[in-house]
Design a protein around this ligand. Structure first.
Ligand code: AN7
Length: 398
């Protein structure tokens, strides 16, 4: 069943619907299987390990074996910051971001519904993922991207997997409005995270974190927030495992936004239940350059219900955290993902996060997604002759 999160109106799982016909709010899929956690034993480590919690026919899934991503204990960085730190590395998914979890379920649903065209607006990763999964399923794929503001790797992926890519004169929020209108006319099946099936896949990040910790919740999960689907999805996931009796406690959900695109942080600070959009969102972390997040209400509820927090970080803080993670732990992430680490550093500094907490930072996309930003943060290689004496004298100089 699909349910409105505000007025509780109910819809069939096979209705093609993105917002409530009754009140216009966003929807969620209800999924409460009566199973024991023993069934997960000995299963392959992909998100489909938890297939009973996925609202699609497990016999017909479209998958690239997404999920089962590394859960790295980061002792060096943790010691530096004074906390017990784990990093969930979502860049290890098939197309290099967490979006693959959502697309596996979303495209499986598209096939169940019998649609032949799918589409999305995207700051980059959603389009890269959708293009790949649509290719795998043999569906036509239409993608709207904000002109000039999509990192190179993501653009390459969307085009290379065969999506029909349009560069929109405008920002992500305007592109999303446009593609949503097309979807409502019935021209395509929309696979942005307003589609509640997307979040069903992404909730598996929450499943894996508590499974990785030996069926225990961490004290806190910190992640970047853009369109606000992922924080809502992870919260839904851990709540479902809590309700099923698999874990005793729940984590404090902590969302980090870029200072120039922070409507959720503003709403939390002002104790509001919904956001006022940022008209001209701006940040180096183009993935989260979003002013009017569609899942804002869900995200604000997740933060409040979990006794969590929301904080902003500057572009400088993001880029310095990106480098710190890469150089102390060997984990390369794109700028948006580093917002979680930058956020942790800031919250420790201002005392919002306690030093004795067990923390999980979700890093959402791979370093290579945005090669330009990475290269710009480094000095150029030293050009040398293929000559051992020359090289040796440079190296010994340090
Ligand atoms: C690396 O691809 O919105 O809060 O269109 O690519 O669930 O939106 C990407 C979002 C964090 C924010 N980290 O997640 C898109 C898009 C990375 C991202 C987010 C995105 P949400």
């Amino acid at each position: 069943m699909i349910k409105c999160i505000v007025c509780d109106a109910k819809y069939d799982l096979n209705d093609i619907i993105y917002t409530c016909n009754n009140c216009g709010s966003i929807l969620e899929v209800l999924c409460e299987p009566d199973v024991s956690r023993d069934i997960f034993k000995c299963r392959k480590s992909t998100m489909w390990k938890y297939k009973e919690f996925m609202p699609v026919d497990p016999a017909k899934i479209v998958t690239l074996e997404e999920g089962g991503t590394p859960f790295c204990k980061c002792d060096k960085l943790g010691e530096k910051l004074g906390v017990e730190l784990y990093v969930k590395v979502e860049g290890s998914n098939p197309t290099g971001s967490f979006k693959d979890r959502g697309m596996s379920v979303g495209i499986t649903k598209a096939i169940e519904l019998g649609v032949n065209t799918v589409g999305c607006a995207s700051t980059g990763n959603t389009s890269a993922s959708l293009a790949a999964y649509a290719a795998r399923a043999g569906l036509r794929c239409i993608v709207l991207l904000p002109s000039g503001k999509v990192a190179l790797g993501k653009l390459a992926q969307a085009m290379f997997h065969g999506a029909e890519v349009f560069s929109v004169r405008g920002n992500f929020d305007e592109a999303l409005e446009t593609i949503t209108a097309l979807a409502l006319e019935g021209q395509l099946y929309l696979l942005n995270s307003v589609n509640p099936f997307r979040l069903e896949g992404q909730k598996s990040i929450g499943f894996e974190i508590v499974d990785d910790l030996g069926w225990k919740s961490p004290d806190r999960i910190i992640l970047p927030v853009g369109n606000a689907g992922n924080i809502s999805a992870i919260w839904k996931g851990v709540k479902e495992f809590h309700r099923a009796g698999f874990i005793e406690d729940l984590p404090m959900m902590t969302g980090i936004q870029a200072e120039g695109a922070a409507p959720i942080v503003r709403a939390i600070r002002e104790n509001k239940e919904d956001i006022i959009p940022f008209e001209n969102p701006e940040t180096v972390a183009t993935a989260i350059r979003i002013g009017a997040p569609v899942s804002a209400i869900k995200a604000i509820r997740a933060i409040n219900e979990s006794n969590g927090f929301a904080e902003t970080v500057t572009d400088e803080e993001i880029l310095s955290a990106q480098k710190l993670l890469a150089r102390t732990e060997g984990i390369g992430v794109e700028p948006a993902s580093a917002a979680s680490i930058a956020g942790l550093i800031k919250l420790l500094e201002n005392g919002e996060v306690d030093k004795n907490e067990q923390i999980v930072c979700v890093v959402t996309g791979h370093l290579l997604k945005d090669p330009n930003t990475a290269i710009n943060a480094c000095v150029e290689p030293v050009e040398v002759n293929a000559n051992i004496e020359e090289l040796s004298s440079i190296i010994t100089r340090g």
